[in-house]
Design a protein around this ligand. Structure first.
Ligand SMILES: Nc1ncnc2c1ncn2[C@@H]1O[C@H](COP(=O)(O)OP(=O)(O)OP(=O)(O)O)[C@@H](O)[C@H]1O
Ligand SMILES: [Mg+2]
Length: 367
């Protein structure tokens, strides 16, 4: 086409087209991504779809599940509060820049322990790290690893680490306390000691091919020597108000919920984990789907849910939900963290501002 334009004497157009083509070519010559550079700095073999996980020699049971990075891209990252986000980012960045660390003669953190209440997103977080580092996730299978035959669990743990040391991967030891608990049970015949000692050796000898992430809900049960082995120990807390709002936003979708209602949900769910907020959001969506009321409100759905379910009694703010409407309005109006204006309250309760003021006055008179 260029030649045709030149032949026709349309030199200016030909020059512009040539420039465009050159730019396109430059865009096609992409620099290798940082993850790829970093991977090149890693020794060890890459896990391909044909690589099988290690197995128990006797039973043939798989000791791990392998998730390739392409599959991890489907997983949604958990919402993290800013401190946790910062430490996770730092960890990921170090693994992405192995070459820089090597130039300084240092190694990246080889292991990381995540601990916290059930349902705070720890497993999801490990998947995120794996995805961001760009390495496959090798998740230990407790049902395969743990055996009732003496010595077999320790042997399986060694086999799992040998596999992880051969291939470039993130090794994930979820429910870690099951294999790393304190070694002082007097009724025990020595199996736990054997398992923990093997684990200590394996952690010490873990090669630099990838990071080991261990997760537990019961950090107090971990053997102290194991605890000390971890370069990084991260407490995964229950979400703060800002994170709760992000979690609410994520899980109430696609339901059309006003901002005031979403902020109320974030306020109400203090003390809940991400998983519990997800369950609550699903209950609201179920109620909305089944409701034929065009005036459907989150507050009504929550009240029904609160009456039906006893699970939430222990949550700090749940009681308020079933208190008289005037009391709830007064609580919301006075809550500094929530910082609801009269306008927000009016929108939230579906009333005008004078009604809200009356409710609050009435409540203050009573109390
Ligand atoms: N911070 C969060 N952001 C978004 N979703 C979350 C968060 N925490 C939990 N969830 C939701 O709860 C589900 C359970 O999370 P996950 O399994 O990662 O928790 P966990 O801490 O590993 O729990 P457990 O200790 O019981 O294994 C997730 O699939 C996700 O849907
Ligand atoms: Mg988990």
């Amino acid at each position: 086409m260029l030649a045709a334009l030149r032949k026709d004497g349309q030199d200016e157009q030909a020059a512009q087209l040539a420039k465009l083509l050159e730019r396109g070519e430059q865009a096609g010559r992409m620099q290798p991504s940082r993850v790829v550079l970093s991977r090149a700095a890693l020794p060890g073999e890459a896990i391909t779809p044909s690589v099988r996980p290690p197995v128990d020699k006797e039973t043939g049971a798989a000791l791990a599940d392998i998730t390739l990075p392409a599959m991890l891209h489907l997983a949604q990252a958990p919402v993290l509060n800013s401190t946790l986000h910062g430490s996770v980012e730092a960890l990921i960045e170090e693994w992405r820049h192995l070459d820089r660390l090597r130039a300084m003669g240092i190694r990246p953190p080889l292991n990381c322990l995540l601990f916290g209440a059930p349902g705070t997103g720890k497993t999801k977080l490990a998947q995120l790290v794996s995805r961001e580092i760009g390495l496959p996730l090798v998740t230990a299978r407790l049902d395969g690893l743990i055996s009732s035959y003496l010595g077999t669990t320790a042997r399986n743990i060694s086999a799992l680490f040998s596999f992880a040391n051969r291939y470039q991967c993130v090794l994930l030891l979820d429910e870690f306390d099951a294999i790393a608990k304190v070694r002082d049970d007097p009724h025990e015949v020595g199996e736990i000691k054997r398992v923990v000692n093997t684990l200590l050796q394996c952690l010490d000898q873990r090669s630099e091919l990838g990071i080991t992430i261990a997760i537990t809900n019961h950090e107090q049960l971990l053997d102290s020597a194991i605890w000390r082995r971890f370069d990084i120990r991260v407490a995964v807390p229950k979400p703060d108000l800002g994170s709760r709002l992000d979690i609410v936003n994520r899980y109430v979708a696609p339901l059309d919920v006003s901002l005031a209602e979403r902020r109320f949900l974030a306020w109400l769910t203090e003390g809940l984990t991400g998983s519990e907020i997800e369950t609550l959001a699903n209950a609201i969506k179920r109620a909305a789907a089944m409701s034929s009321n065009p005036e459907f409100s989150v507050l009504d759905a929550l009240k029904v849910h609160a009456l039906l379910s006893s699970n939430h009694r222990q949550y700090p703010r749940w009681e308020q939900l079933l208190s008289p409407i005037e009391a709830l309005a007064a609580t919301l109006a006075g809550d500094r963290e929530l910082a609801f204006t009269q306008e927000d309250l009016a929108r939230f309760f579906g009333k005008d501002q004078s009604t809200i003021s009356r409710w609050i006055r009435k409540h203050r008179e009573v109390t």
